[in-house]
Design a protein around this ligand. Structure first.
Ligand SMILES: Cc1cc2nc3c(=O)[nH]c(=O)nc-3n(C[C@H](O)[C@H](O)[C@H](O)COP(=O)(O)O)c2cc1C
Length: 126
């Protein structure tokens, strides 16, 4: 299954991802809103491309819609640490993993993310 890719500048998130051990790069929604076929809400295995052309495997999250009616767009880039604020990134979702859902505890969310990342690594052969 092929999904539309989209790009954006890294903006400040809430820092919650970092707190729970899975930092994410959040991008603005300008490119996403223009997509004719928007990938649905959920977690995807895919890649994140930097302007240099380098692509990293990533867990891409298309979150629930906010008050503006647009989803949060974020990616946990596998094997990458560094500051990406202000950088332009392309998100390339490849495979839908699961729907976004509310977890009863932080521990349950962390366990779910760990499982996602295992699946994503095996899908992307990393
Ligand atoms: C792979 C992955 C899957 C996630 N799935 C969910 C989810 O299903 N439900 C949820 O409430 N949060 C989920 N999160 C966490 C939220 O998106 C979290 O709020 C976010 O990573 C923190 O964003 P921040 O950059 O604004 O701090 C997931 C995060 C990652 C990296």
């Amino acid at each position: 299954m092929d999904y539309s890719s989209f790009s954006g500048k890294v903006v400040k998130g809430r820092g919650y991802g970092r707190k729970i051990g899975f930092p994410t790069a959040n991008i603005d929604r300008r490119s996403f809103v223009r997509l004719v076929k928007k990938p649905k809400e959920g977690i995807y295995a895919g890649h994140v491309a930097f302007t240099s052309g380098i692509e990293h495997p990533a867990a891409i999250v298309i979150g629930p819609k906010d008050v503006k009616g647009l989803p949060h767009l974020e990616a946990h880039i596998l094997g990458f640490t560094g500051n990406l604020y202000g950088k332009q990134l392309v998100f390339l979702p490849k495979k839908f993993i699961r729907a976004f859902k509310k977890y009863p505890t932080e521990k349950a969310l962390i366990t779910a993310i760990e499982i996602d990342i295992k699946k994503i690594k095996s899908i992307l052969n990393k």
